[in-house]
Design a protein around this ligand. Structure first.
Ligand code: PAF
Length: 291
């Protein structure tokens, strides 16, 4: 029998994950509890275009996994109605930009094995069309002790999901990339490729970020973090970052869970981060003007 994945958040990343799971023999349902949770979209990858219709999740107890791919600021409110609906042994995976929202998810799914991950999928959503520009895997690993005991989740397609015993360094590396790329591309109102032309500024920012995130388990030197961030900017150079798009459309942004999270962490540790604070001030000016 096909395995069933419940996906909460069928945006660019959630739809890509859904399309890939279906392509690998899974069934996928929408775990959204609002009215009309079902979603339809076209998924374009290279020269192929396929249409997907994702139904609402009829029986949460039948789900084999819940994958959460929302905006960080929307996560807490969206997961609350899901409390006690799923089997306590079902794995829950959070695959989002930013940090800090995992506490709200763990609070709702206290006994479920909880996994944290990041995606490097260069996917964009325009209306009901999702286009995958740069293929990349979702790296995930255990966040709760019981997930640590279970380890790798059975039957997830390895072409999409890559298991790591300790997902924290990958999550923090992605957070570092988002901390530089997202606000800067929003301020400059340019695609990600512009980051490649800002080498000195990126170096100053990654120096500060590597100091702040080191105690959380980043495991990168300032040089290797700079290279990692530039690598992501290069691979996604044709993308318009999610934060730039949010500012352009006057939508709420994930700043509190990305740059804001890193600055708050620095303050908690008593560290000085003048470059990050300058960037946040410029970003807030821009986002305020856009709203
Ligand atoms: O938020 C985003 O847009 C993405 O995480 C990234 C990696 C910056 C690519 O655009």
């Amino acid at each position: 029998m096909a395995k069933l994945a419940a996906v909460l958040g069928l945006g660019a990343v959630g739809s890509t994950i859904a399309a890939k799971l279906i392509g690998n023999g899974w069934e996928v349902c929408s775990a959204d509890t609002r009215e009309n949770p079902e979603r339809e979209f076209d998924f374009i990858e290279g020269s192929s275009r396929k249409h997907y219709a994702i139904p609402a999740l009829a029986d949460p107890k039948k789900a084999d996994i819940l994958i959460i791919t929302l905006k960080a600021f929307a996560t807490g409110k969206a997961v609350r109605p899901l409390r006690n609906r799923f089997r306590p042994s079902m794995p829950v995976m959070l695959l989002e930009n930013g940090m800090g929202q995992d506490a709200a998810v763990m609070d709702v799914f206290r006994v479920n094995p909880f996994y944290l991950g990041v995606t490097a999928l260069g996917a964009v959503k325009d209306g009901n069309t999702v286009t995958l520009n740069a293929d990349g895997k979702a790296v995930y690993g255990p966040r709760s002790v019981n997930a640590g005991g279970i380890g790798k989740i059975k039957d997830l397609p390895e072409s999409v999901f890559c298991f790591e015993e300790n997902p924290v360094p990958a999550v923090l590396r992605k957070l570092a990339a988002n901390t530089v790329i997202n606000p800067l591309t929003a301020v400059l109102d340019e695609k990600n490729g512009i980051i490649l032309e800002k080498a000195e500024l990126v170096r100053r920012l990654t120096d500060e970020i590597s100091r702040v995130l080191a105690p959380l388990g980043l495991g990168e030197t300032p040089d290797s973090l700079y290279e990692a961030v530039m690598g992501i900017a290069e691979r996604t150079r044709e993308n318009s970052s999610s934060m730039r798009e949010d500012v352009r459309h006057g939508r709420p942004t994930e700043n509190d869970f990305i740059l804001g999270f890193v600055i708050k962490t620095a303050e908690r540790f008593g560290m000085d981060v003048p470059e990050l604070k300058r960037l946040e001030a410029e970003f807030l000016r821009k986002a305020g003007n856009a709203a």
